[in-house]
Design a protein around this ligand. Structure first.
Ligand SMILES: C[S@@+](CC[C@H](N)C(=O)[O-])C[C@H]1O[C@@H](n2cnc3c(N)ncnc32)[C@H](O)[C@@H]1O
Length: 269
């Protein structure tokens, strides 16, 4: 219940406050390729949101997923620990006020999470945010209380094996029996032990944020300990025809390597 003791927690909150304007401009109302190609199609299919369902949008940023859910007729409670991002979300979602509640809440703080109310939500969603959180144990501990019995938690994260902060994007040219071939690869040097390091979510953001990298088993075991079972899992790669905005950035050149995963956890009844 005490505030997060990790000094990197406050640093990363400060970074999100400083970067909020650039993030809001870049994501806009419609999001980027990562969101539209990799994440949203599977998130929405795993959530299968019914009109009037009450969904908790965890670490909602400027309200990208909140808007999509409201457009589908859902009631959405969305929160983020960045007051600046919540302000942008309020401006962008002004037309959906009757369906949406926006709050500044820190997902590492159990007391703040419990203020959302017990057994309120049919499902919870978190798009691309758990690796931005200094500590995800309070969230997994509290979600079973916030969700209705049998409720689901659907989240996307960068693929911990291929797209963590240690992953180097590599290109090689090979003379294959007289035919010059280019191949794109990922070299990963850290995976098993959780670690944190600074990095850029957007190339032009003013201040690096902190990534909190964890192996897949960390996410799964934490969820299992708190009464969830895994009932949906998809690895998401860009199709080959996806344009490359940077030669070695994520895009069609890396179509055989999944940059993201989407997971659905369900509370055991
Ligand atoms: C990569 S952004 C994703 C935002 C949004 N989900 C989207 O899809 O556009 C990560 C978000 O996590 C939020 N965040 C990081 N740590 C948090 C915490 N402890 N509590 C609440 N939000 C947090 C950041 O402020 C940021 O908005």
């Amino acid at each position: 219940m005490s505030p997060n003791q990790n000094p990197l927690h406050e640093e990363t909150r400060a970074a999100w406050e400083v970067n909020a304007e650039v993030w809001d401009k870049r994501m806009g109302d419609d999001g980027n390729d990562f969101f539209n190609i990799l994440c949203w199609p599977t998130l929405v299919s795993f959530l299968n949101p019914q009109p009037a369902a009450h969904i908790l949008d965890i670490a909602c940023g400027n309200g990208l997923t909140t808007r999509r859910l409201a457009e589908l007729g859902c009631k959405v409670t969305a929160f983020d620990f960045s007051a600046n991002l919540i302000e942008y979300a309020k401006q962008r979602l002004a037309n959906y006020q009757s369906q949406i509640t926006l709050r500044v809440i820190d997902a590492t703080n159990e007391e703040q999470l419990l203020s959302l109310g017990k057994s309120q939500f049919d499902s919870a969603l978190s798009n691309m945010a758990l690796f931005d959180m200094a500590d995800i144990e309070p969230l997994f501990r509290t979600l079973p209380k916030l969700l209705k019995p049998g409720g689901t938690f659907v989240f996307s994260i960068t693929h911990p094996c291929f797209n963590n902060a240690s992953s180097a994007h590599v290109v090689e040219e090979i003379d294959n029996n007289g035919e010059m071939q280019i191949s794109y690869a990922i070299k990963t040097t850290r995976y098993m032990t959780p670690y944190s390091t600074r990095g850029l979510a957007l190339r032009n953001q003013p201040m690096p944020q902190v990534y909190f990298e964890r192996p897949l088993q960390y996410y799964f075991n934490l969820a299992f300990q708190h009464g969830f079972v895994l009932d949906g899992f998809e690895e998401r790669a860009f199709p080959p025809e996806t344009p490359q905005t940077h030669p070695l950035g994520w895009g069609g050149n890396f179509s055989e390597i999944p940059a993201a995963i989407v997971i659905r956890m369900r509370l055991q009844s």
